[in-house]
Design a protein around this ligand. Structure first.
Ligand SMILES: Nc1ncnc2c1ncn2[C@@H]1O[C@H](COP(=O)(O)OP(=O)(O)OP(=O)(O)O)[C@@H](O)[C@H]1O
Length: 921
């Protein structure tokens, strides 16, 4: 190894003909060296000269000669080493290459860059023999230094230290001592890595010097080893900034985590690499998906309503138009609106009030609070501009002329200001991820990569479990962080509310184990996942845990809020007020805060009114008026501060916080600190990045769901094929031989004949132990006549337009407006005594579209406790073998009724003829 004065580069070459065949000789150049390389550091020239002198000129293994005192010849030195080896028991140290072959586990090392910074490399990274090889080399160097000390040869000592000065000098100085010792066979690459790693060399040298000096002290050669010149010089070197910079890690990799999660640093690095690879892939897929979404949205928005003849000058447009490339997505539009005012709502919502131009009434519209909309300027024909702002309908004015939208943009946003004074158009867009969701997913991935394995990350156990391999998890278990093998026997104390079955009790016990970072609860429909989660939350709070509960959709979160409302827990639902179901409003953050601020607001309003009165009276007195205006501003600030304080208070007092997965990224939640437990319901329905938003906020997590029910909706084929559609639930349940998963096996909801179909079609015949349910038979039109309450009936369709049409039709029948009509997707997680599924599709081609998605039909069918009616065109539906099997099952265990063409006006058309179902292989 030498330093090239001309190029200013550090050259290292090593040739060990005896051990490496010629083609395996290693010669490498570390370009640029370190920031403190001699060419750049002050005093570099003298240092360089000394280094050139001190470095042996490319020693070969045969003639390597340790730079020991002249009295020790190479022969004697070798003899002594051999003797030491014999004394050590035949090379128990490191020379015995034959005993120290690299194992399959040993990392393949790239020997590229000497002088990496960082912690000393240990046995795990280098293998025992290499560490021993280093120890011997450094022992020899330390002995030389210490010998100079006891011989009182200050000049020699100074010379040696001078050569070793600086980390580069130190590494160079160490080489001859190391080269003198044969490298363990097969581990040459690791030896080369180690012998150029300054922190490692220094660490070994320090330990050996201390031992040698201590030996001298015991022999009475020195009085106090700590006060020797060698030791003081070493300490001086250790306190230099150069040294500290070298042993400080410069890469963003985590520090030695082994003490935190009980696995080796090497394993932590592997996990980090795995995680970085995952984050890279997922971010890329998210971007692809986002591009397709935007493209799709643009196409939807470009489908501008056509107003007929171009030559006819357009009148003020007042219409509702539905168009859509996909039948599921419907886009309702209101044009010719003007911005009237904007204000800030609770939680910083940017509320913008729009009115129809010319004081006209809003057209009849299906837009309603909570709908996601796109807001942009438009021309007099209603054609919209390309750039748009996303928002959510906040409310529709009672006067019928206005609509308020909560916009994503903030005050002062240029896009928003451009809306002023212009004609504006609002389009409803369904089923598209908004920009905020996309950004929050990306942010979660970034946080996972950056903080996932950091010591201070609360969810480090979760991350390590989900990115470690099976061995890591077992290791962590030994370290008491997780106990995957703990007893799963039922705990009788847990069965007060329900008579839980054994599989539910097992899940409860596992879920309440604070030492378990990850639990996956999987269960087919009706097996009590939601019931179980409710119980788990109650018990977790009882054992002192603060819980964050999330789900992919607002409907699923509200469902959980409703179930928890009766438990007496202090729960808070966080989310955009306009998207919450009215039944849970009393638990929403907005409502709670407003309730507590009511008195304060009243008082503030009174003060405001007084001040405004005063202002009117002193309009002539500029300075007084300015003072009053200041006071009014101050009142507004007071309200804002009080609001923030109250939000913080409400959230930090809450025992359970509930939001959607995306909503969990809300700074309001993040600011209140981490959670002991995060529970994600319907976890099979959400893409993995989204799941990481809540999961990173808790010490441990429970994911519940069913991978045979609705999957994440992905638009891009590339993203789907790349794996974006795979949920964390699905990935985690296949990890570590299913160690993280527990199954629920008894279904309590459905009549046996419904459950049987689901079991055979979706769960490989898994027998759900049935729970006794009495079926009833009848038809939708006559259910109610048979005494079934309208609230016990749920109508589902995959298509939103059909849902809207059915709602309108049912309004016409007195008493039937209580029948719930919804899309299949929004009914997931819920149940009803009787379910009617309207399949809609009817075409000569037999195209079934996404009806062919077995998971969606599984959800629709398994919502029913007692009865399922499927309304469909069998000639279309039966083109799908899956759907044809469903119809066959119904024919076998139920009844098929036929509506004759042209007789759609009611009961009279229903007969009992058996339609021919195509044969299916
Ligand atoms: N141990 C039990 N004893 C009696 N009834 C139970 C029990 N567990 C669950 N149930 C009932 O079974 C029905 C289904 O429960 P739940 O909605 O929790 O199931 P789920 O697994 O979440 O279903 P899905 O996945 O279809 O949403 C509910 O009516 C619930 O009250």
């Amino acid at each position: 190894m030498s330093y090239d004065l001309l190029s200013g580069r550090f050259l290292f070459s090593y040739c060990a003909a005896a051990r490496f065949p010629s083609k395996r000789r290693i010669a490498f150049v570390a370009a640029g060296a370190s920031p403190s390389s001699p060419s750049r550091s002050p005093g570099a020239s003298s240092l360089r000269r000394r280094r050139v002198r001190a470095a042996p000129s490319v020693p070969s293994k045969q003639d390597v000669r340790p730079a020991v005192s002249s009295s020790v010849t190479v022969k004697r030195w070798r003899r002594r080493r051999k003797l030491e080896e014999v004394q050590d028991g035949g090379g128990g140290g490191g020379g015995g290459g034959e005993e120290c072959a690299p194992s399959a586990e040993e990392p393949s090392t790239s020997v590229g860059t000497p002088y990496q910074n960082g912690d000393p490399l240990g046995r795990k990274e280098l293998a025992q023999c290499v560490v021993e090889w280093l120890r011997q080399g450094m022992r020899s160097m330390a002995s030389k230094f210490a010998a100079a000390e006891v011989q009182g040869d200050a000049a020699a000592l100074a010379l040696e230290w001078g050569s070793a000065e600086g980390r580069l000098g130190f590494v160079i100085q160490a080489q001859p001592y190391l080269s003198a010792i044969p490298m363990p066979q097969g581990l040459e690459a690791l030896c080369l890595k180690a012998c150029t790693h300054y922190p490692t060399l220094f660490d070994h040298f320090q330990r050996e010097l201390r031992d040698v000096l201590l030996g001298y002290q015991n022999q009475g050669l020195v009085s106090d080893w700590r006060s020797t010149q060698s030791w003081r010089m070493l300490k001086e070197m250790a306190s230099s900034s150069q040294h500290r910079a070298a042993v400080r890690r410069t890469s963003p990799r985590p520090k030695a985590m082994h003490s935190s999660i009980g696995v080796s640093l090497k394993k932590v690095r592997l996990m980090q690499d795995r995680m970085e690879e995952f984050v890279r892939e997922m971010s890329n897929l998210l971007r692809i998906e986002r591009d397709v979404e935007l493209e799709f949205m643009q196409e939807e928005l470009n489908a501008t309503p056509v107003l007929g003849d171009d030559s006819v000058p357009p009148k003020p447009v007042e219409y509702l138009v539905s168009h859509g490339l996909s039948q599921q997505e419907q886009c309702d539009t209101i044009c010719n609106l003007n911005v009237v005012s904007s204000s800030t709502g609770l939680g910083g919502l940017h509320l913008v009030l729009f009115r129809v131009e010319g004081g006209h009434k809003l057209p009849p519209t299906t837009l309603s609070p909570g709908d996601m909309v796109c807001v942009r300027t438009c021309n007099s024909r209603g054609e919209g501009a390309t750039s748009c702002k996303q928002g959510i309908v906040y409310n529709l004015g009672e006067d019928g002329c206005s609509i308020t939208v909560a916009l994503e943009s903030r005050h002062g946003d240029a896009t928003f200001s451009r809306l002023f004074g212009k004609s504006v158009r609002i389009d409803r867009i369904q089923g598209l991820a908004d920009a905020l969701t996309y950004e929050r997913n990306l942010e979660a991935l970034m946080l996972l990569q950056r903080n996932g394995l950091q010591k201070d990350n609360v969810s480090i156990g979760v991350v390590a479990t989900l990115f470690g391999d099976g061995k890591d998890v077992v290791k962590m278990a030994k370290n008491n962080l997780t106990r995957p093998y703990e007893s799963s026997g039922p705990d009788p104390r847990l069965s007060k509310r329900y008579a839980f079955d054994a599989s539910q009790l097992r899940a409860l016990n596992l879920g309440l184990n604070k030492n378990r970072p990850v639990l996956i609860i999987q269960g087919p429909p009706g097996t009590g996942k939601t019931v179980l989660l409710t119980e788990l939350i109650v018990r977790a709070v009882q054992q002192g845990e603060r819980v964050l509960v999330t789900a992919p959709s607002n409907a699923a979160v509200d469902n959980m809020v409703e179930r928890l409302s009766h438990t007496g827990l202090n729960i808070v639902r966080v989310g955009n007020p306009v998207r919450l179901s009215p039944s849970v409003c009393s638990k929403s953050l907005g409502e709670i805060v407003n309730g507590r601020l009511r008195q304060f607001r009243k008082e503030l309003e009174r003060k405001r009114t007084d001040l405004r009165k005063d202002l009117r009276h002193c309009i002539q007195d500029d300075s007084l008026a300015a003072g009053i205006r200041q006071l009014l501003k101050q009142l507004a600030r007071d309200l804002e501060n009080k609001e923030k304080e109250m939000i913080r208070e409400v959230l930090s007092d809450a025992q359970v916080v509930l939001s959607t997965n995306t909503g969990a990224a809300d700074p309001l939640i993040r600011k209140t600190g981490s959670f002991d437990l995060v529970i994600v319901d319907e976890a099979g329905q959400v893409i993995e990045p989204s799941c990481w938003i809540p999961v990173l906020q808790g010490k441990r997590c429970i994911l519940a769901g069913d991978h045979c029910q609705l999957a994440p909706v992905i638009l891009s084929r590339t993203a789907l094929d790349g794996g974006l559609g795979k949920s964390l639930l699905e990935r985690a349940s296949s990890l570590h031989d299913g160690l993280l998963t527990t199954q629920l096996t008894v279904q309590y909801r459905m009549h046996d004949s419904i459950a049987m179909w689901a079991s055979n079609e979706m769960y490989q015949g898994l027998i759900f132990e049935p729970f006794l349910i009495h079926p009833f038979y009848g038809f939708f039109h006559s259910f109610c006549q048979q005494g079934v309450s309208p609230t016990a009936i749920a109508v589902q369709s995959p298509y939103i337009a059909q849902v809207q049409l059915l709602r309108e039709k049912l309004e016409e029948y007195p008493g039937l407006s209580a029948v719930e009509v919804s899309t299949i997707d929004s009914f997931q997680g819920r149940e009803a005594d009787a379910v009617v599924i309207s399949m809609v599709r009817s075409n000569p081609l037999g195209a079934v579209g996404f009806l062919g998605d077995s998971r969606r039909i599984n959800v629709a069918t398994t919502r029913a406790r007692k009865h399922v009616t499927v309304v469909c065109d069998t000639s279309t539906i039966c083109h799908s073998t899956f759907l044809a099997r469903l119809l066959r099952h119904i024919r076998r265990y139920g009844q098929v009724k036929h509506v004759a063409p042209g007789s759609l006006d009611g009961i009279s058309g229903l007969g009992f003829s058996q339609p021919t179902l195509p044969s299916i292989s």
